[in-house]
Each structure stands twice: as C-alpha cells, then as structure tokens.
Design a protein around this ligand. Structure first.
Ligand SMILES: *[C@@H]1O[C@H](CO)[C@@H](O)[C@H](O)[C@H]1NC(C)=O
Ligand SMILES: *[C@@H]1O[C@H](CO)[C@@H](O)[C@H](O)[C@H]1NC(C)=O
Ligand SMILES: *[C@@H]1O[C@H](CO)[C@@H](O)[C@H](O)[C@H]1NC(C)=O
Length: 223
C-alpha cells in the first residue's frame, strides 16, 4: 500500500474531502500543497507579529569588571562610615528586536554595597540602539574617603568580605527608552549583581565570571 493511501485511510486528508474508499492518488498532492501553504502563511504571520507588533526590552549582562580598591573606614554609628574605591565595569546591552531600534535617555549609574549607595557619579550619554545589535559600555568610578550611610550589617558584611578579598557590589542603571515608531517613554532599570575580586598586584589577571543583569521595565502599553 502506498504511503498516501495509508495516510488517507487514517483520516490524514479528510480536510480535502477525500473519500477514503476511493483512490486518493489524485488528491494527496493537492492536500500536501494546501497544508504547506497554510503552514507557510501561519509562519509568516508569526514572524511579522514578532518583527512589527511586539516589542521586547533589551537584555543585559556584565562582561568584565575590575576592582582596584575597596576599603572602608567604619564609623560610629555605621552610617558615618567612609569608603575608598576604584571600580571599572564593562557591560553590554542587546536589542533583541528584529526591526525596532531603541532610543535611550541619558543613563544614570549607581553602585551600592549591602544596599547602601556609595557612588552615583557615573552616567552614560543618550544613544540609539539599532535592532539586533549589542552595545557595550564602560563605567568607571573612584573615590577617596567618601561618606557612605551603611547599616550596622553593612560593616559586618564588609569585614567578612574583606577577609576574602571578594566583594558583593550592585550596579544599577536607570533610564527611559522609546521604541522606534512608538510614542510611549518606558522606564527601564538594569540591575547587575557583581562579585568583584580585589585586584592582587602580584597576579597579572583576575578572572571575572560574566553575569546576567536583571531587567525591570514598565509593562504599560507601547513598552
Ligand atoms: C547586608 O549584610 C548582612 C550581613 O552580612 C546580610 O545579612 C544582609 O543580607 C545584607 N543586606 C543586603 C541588602 O545585601
Ligand atoms: C581611583 O579613584 C581616584 C578618585 O577618582 C583617582 O584619583 C585615582 O586615580 C584612581 N586610581 C586608579 C588606580 O585608577
Ligand atoms: C581589610 O583588609 C585589609 C588587608 O587585608 C586590612 O589592612 C584592613 O584593615 C581591613 N579593613 C577592615 C575594615 O577590616
């Protein structure tokens, strides 16, 4: 038995009004062509919806980070502490949209340790992000004896991490973005938890594990 007859008897081409007692020879090809056409059109619609109707927020991650200095002078109370630091972070944002570019407002970068911000000085200028492209930034901050409002737990956390030379620092980027062809301005926050190994001058390079960032975006219309 030919494969299409077998397929027909199992009801495979019933949508083509195939009479299963008859010889299906003449209609299976037609049926296969229609099936292919329907699948092709459905695929095209899905592709067009993804390319033009839906918008996707960027994805982000840190590619590299260098911590040259991270020293705390604990105060009494802990909120009177002072911090000296030098940090450079390289991060990348990818625009996953097939067709839509994204315009970003100037980006504010803030670093915190144990939930207390210690640097808000860095910014990234406004830029346009082409579809399907990855944009890379370097954020460099430094300070000497800058006041930091640590919690008591922050001093404890610093002492514990100071013993290992590895510090948990969070980088947060805040901006607003606008998808090309849409009116809405969409708030966007990129939160990058970093585990930074203090550079040891006796070791040439310090390994950095690439880490994904958390993307928070408004789920309103047009965003
Ligand atoms: C601050 O450090 C304490 C002590 O290590 C820890 O329990 C707490 O979760 C930390 N808080 C934040 C916001 O990281
Ligand atoms: C660390 O930061 C301070 C303050 O911004 C700066 O003066 C110093 O040159 C930096 N040190 C290094 C090694 O980058
Ligand atoms: C952190 O560690 C360094 C050297 O490992 C030490 O000199 C410094 O006193 C420590 N700081 C605190 C606040 O414990």
């Amino acid at each position: 038995m030919a494969f299409w007859e077998d397929w027909c008897r199992r009801g495979g081409c019933c949508s083509c009004d195939c009479d299963c007692d008859c010889d299906c020879d003449c209609s299976w090809k037609e049926c296969a062509i229609w099936t292919a056409v329907v699948a092709g059109v459905a695929g095209l619609i899905v592709l067009l919806v993804f390319a033009f109707a839906l918008v996707f927020p960027p994805k982000g991650g840190t590619d590299d980070a260098v911590l040259q200095r991270f020293a705390l002078a604990p105060g009494t109370p802990a909120s009177n502490s002072a911090i000296s630091y030098n940090v450079t972070v390289t991060l990348s944002l990818r625009n996953p949209n097939l067709y839509r570019g994204i315009s970003y407002d100037p980006v504010a970068a803030a670093f915190s340790f144990n939930g207390s911000r210690f640097d808000e000085s860095a910014t990234v200028p406004a830029f346009y992000h082409k579809p399907r492209k990855t944009a890379t930034f370097h954020v460099t901050v430094g300070g000497v004896d800058k006041p930091v409002k640590l919690a008591a737990a922050g001093v404890t956390a610093f002492k514990a991490e100071n013993a290992t030379g590895k510090f948990d620092v969070e980088l947060r980027l805040d901006t607003a973005m606008q998808f090309k062809g849409r009116k809405a301005r969409c708030p966007l926050a990129v939160i990058c938890p970093l585990e930074l190994q203090l550079v040891d001058p006796n070791v040439a390079t310090t390994a950095f594990q690439k880490t994904p960032c958390i993307i928070l975006h408004a789920k309103k219309s047009g965003c």
